[in-house]
Design a protein around this ligand. Structure first.
Ligand code: FES
Length: 126
């Protein structure tokens, strides 16, 4: 499933009730995405760490922060911002909403252009 075309309609992800609370899950799309449910809110973001490509859904979630399983870069899952460890560009995140018990996401990520430009840096710089 190619998600980056502008003319694509929203994508139905799952029933909200089928998403486990606070447990990052991988969505097998191209590119792969990760989904995390916090109550009635669902976050979707790229499931590949911009530093060295680790699978972020295998990281450790603490509140709205997810720590990469390899070099411990930490990201806010709602904004995608790099907030600790290895400083990286902002993750691509996708708007989501719940409608009649189903979770939908926009086909286009937020802030795609700025996310492309930035690079990862050294340890502890943000
Ligand atoms: S691969 Fe994620 S911080 Fe290095």
């Amino acid at each position: 499933m190619a998600l980056f075309r502008r003319d694509r309609p929203p994508v139905r992800l799952a029933a909200l009730a089928d998403l486990p609370e606070d447990l990052p899950r991988r969505i097998s799309t191209s590119p792969p995405l990760a989904v995390v449910r916090h109550g009635e809110t669902v976050h979707v973001f790229e499931d590949r760490c911009p530093h060295a490509g680790a699978i972020l859904s295998r990281g450790v979630l603490d509140g709205n922060r997810l720590t990469c399983p390899i070099h411990k870069g930490t990201f806010e899952i709602d904004t995608g911002r790099s907030v600790g460890g290895v400083a990286c560009r902002t993750l691509r995140t996708y708007p989501t909403w719940v409608e009649n018990g189903d979770v939908y996401m926009a086909a286009e990520p937020r802030g795609r252009r700025s996310a492309r430009r930035a690079k990862c840096g050294g340890e502890d710089g943000v």
